[in-house]
Design a protein around this ligand. Sequence first.
Ligand SMILES: Nc1nc2c(c(=O)[nH]1)N[C@H]1C(S)=C(S)[C@@H](COP(=O)(O)OP(=O)(O)OC[C@H]3O[C@@H](n4cnc5c(=O)[nH]c(N)nc54)[C@H](O)[C@@H]3O)O[C@H]1N2
Ligand SMILES: Nc1nc2c(c(=O)[nH]1)N[C@H]1C(S)=C(S)[C@@H](COP(=O)(O)OP(=O)(O)OC[C@H]3O[C@@H](n4cnc5c(=O)[nH]c(N)nc54)[C@H](O)[C@@H]3O)O[C@H]1N2
Ligand code: SF4
Ligand SMILES: [Mo]
Length: 722
Amino acid sequence: MTTRTQHTFCRICEATCGLTATIDGDRIQRVEPDAEHVVTRGYSCIKGLRYHEIHHSPDRLRTPLKRVGDRFEQIDWEQALAEIGQKVRQLVRDHGGDSVSAYLGNPISFSLLPPILTAAFLQGLGSRNLFQTGSQDCNNKFVVAERMYGFPFIQPFPDVDRIQCLIIIGSNPAVSRGSFIQLPDPIRRLRAIESRGGKVFHVNPRRTETAKQLGTHVFIRPDTDVFFLLSFLHEVLLRGEIDQRRIGRFMRGFDQLRGAAEPWPAERTAAVTGVSASMLRSMVDAYVGADGAALHLSTGVNQGSHGTLAFWVQEAINAVSGNLDRRGGTLVGRGYVDGFPKLAKKGGHTMRKDVSRVGRLPSVADTFPAGLMADQILTPGNGRVRALFCVSGNPLLTVPNSNGRLAEALDALELLVVIDIFKNETANHAHYILPGASAFQRPDLPFVFQSLMGVQPVPYVQYTDALVPLEADQRDETMILLQLAKASGSRLFGSRVVSGALKACMSLGLTTERVLGLMARGFRLGSLDSLRSDPHGRLLAPHRPGDFLGSRVVTDDGRVDLAPLDLVAAAADLEADFEIELARRGELKLISKREPLSHNSWLHNHPRFVEGKRSTNYLYMHPTDAERIGVHSGDAVEVRSSVASVRLPVQVSEEMMVGAVALPHGWGHQEADGLTVASKTTGVNVNLLAADGPEQLEYFSGMAKLNGIWVEVAPYPAASRN
Ligand SMILES: Nc1nc2c(c(=O)[nH]1)N[C@H]1C(S)=C(S)[C@@H](COP(=O)(O)OP(=O)(O)OC[C@H]3O[C@@H](n4cnc5c(=O)[nH]c(N)nc54)[C@H](O)[C@@H]3O)O[C@H]1N2
Ligand SMILES: Nc1nc2c(c(=O)[nH]1)N[C@H]1C(S)=C(S)[C@@H](COP(=O)(O)OP(=O)(O)OC[C@H]3O[C@@H](n4cnc5c(=O)[nH]c(N)nc54)[C@H](O)[C@@H]3O)O[C@H]1N2
Ligand code: SF4
Ligand SMILES: [Mo]
């Protein structure tokens, strides 16, 4: 067979790096960075370069499986679809649409169609119970954007290639490649800020891989960012460093915002944040003195107790200082559909106003928090969740209190369907497991953040064909979801017309490629063939800073709301939390940590990624704390939270702030009989320590508290007394 070369893009993280694959028949031999890619220009990380090995893993699911007693048996698609469809119809008939739910995981969210179809599938059944990983990483940002800009998906991001002062709070782009900002080759681009005379700060309880390479690192006590940001705002206002003209023309609520910052001078908050008043002032100096600056907070803050308030204050600072919607400040992308926020808002999409059955937490972007899943399943009564479709997710390892109450809840379901490329830990509890496509088997257009939200410092589009065909009985997730909808009687999108048209097309041999072709035309990007003629991506019109304020803000009066009422009220309640922080200053707080060779819970099945010392996770701890507890690197410790305890080896490291310990998430694979490599690793699931349930989630956004968890750490076994 002859060898061929094909260009594509990686769909593991938001960087979506351009890749070039060398393929022999159906076998991908090699993956290299695409040097000619219009944006990523030869950048990629080892995960993308090894993705073909994950794709070809002998553990890949190849046929549908059905639980029979305590075993799984192969069945054919027709039987699987018929049985699942019949069960769904019965549940909807007997208990209403809300009895059927879905959990939309992270990996498939980098493809355009399956996330949209998962939502459409539930909508068509009349169910509101869509759970999504947004409640583990970013829902607070959607909540704030809806209040300030009028639509959850309006997300300003730093103009990284022109900015003169960037303050990164709770993000480690060297490892993560960032979030809510497409950032391939992060180190080169952040270093360039310094090369042009600008400044970069990292505010983080851990001196990260990014901070080690550039910029100024500032330690902050975990989960105290809201106080740091309020003081930052306080200081900016004190100096009068605000853009009166823009505030007057384009914003409202300035006086209330000022009132919210009033109680928080830098001297006061330093006691809980650990950021001295002088350090904070020198950051404010750099910020207000720069020709274009931005605060950019991310997952580390989102996962705390006050992610919504913190993000609001950040956005308000960027806005009043004149940095929102300016060259070198923050930009608001247009995406492929001009006026998308306005259109979507008009149609009521992602703006549902309701609360969850259990806990009465608000829905965010038409989803409920994943940290409520166990309650929604276990709490009897009307609207109880009885079926769950898990689409490329592994909640058993990735949501709070995962293997505790959630495991019990999954076993209480009448129907659990897992659509995955591997039999993961969650699948062990399934009734049906359906084999999906890997990214290399899926044709694609850029995912929603890039295509519809326009979160791309450099706007471009790229289409990829599938590199290799599906094997055995694998199916592409778009087709699986359409077929499930048909079998279950779901009127996709709740629309008889759309649903009827799609189903008619399906009987005429509709393919994912065809649907993407229709979308590309709908986005006015031309035909797939024209997109194919730009195999390294096609640049789109660059951003036009200054075209957002006064024209694309979609609040009722078209102004940015600097002081949403409920957020201002909640800020007034922060006093109580401040007192708690003061009182518990001496106690340890746990944060999460991402590792270069893993991705949430799903890359530990690659032998090279978990070799030797990498076959477990470690608890990272500062020498001062280690000495106090009496442990050295390699010793075993027990970490206890209010929910549970785990035992694992410790790594003593000056990277950590005193009083903060870090533990990588996504581990705990010992029971995963479908993952032959990962199941031999010894790491523990940190999410056993995190709490779920309505009282434990952040109120506005339902965000799980995965950072800043109070813990105690002790040697294990406990030291003997003699
Ligand atoms: N403590 C703690 N917990 C966290 C985090 C943290 O920082 N700390 N981070 C959180 C974050 S940011 C996120 S996004 C969530 C992620 O949470 P999840 O999305 O639940 O988990 P993942 O491990 O990303 O992957 C889920 C599954 O997707 C499957 N998969 C991979 N590719 C494909 C594909 O192409 N098709 C299909 N059908 N399946 C595929 C994998 O095999 C895996 O089983 O976890 C969160 N959990
Ligand atoms: N290698 C790798 N890359 C990934 C992933 C992965 O699992 N592995 N996951 C991907 C996903 S799904 C996402 S959402 C993105 C997330 O990407 P980012 O948003 O960049 O988040 P992280 O890399 O998790 O960095 C969070 C940082 O916050 C710090 N932190 C923890 N608690 C606090 C706090 O209370 N305050 C402050 N200021 N900082 C705190 C941590 O030390 C950490 O350095 O990464 C993506 N990229
Ligand atoms: S940084 Fe790595 S994982 Fe992320 S898109 Fe690029 S190659 Fe893929
Ligand atoms: Mo995430």
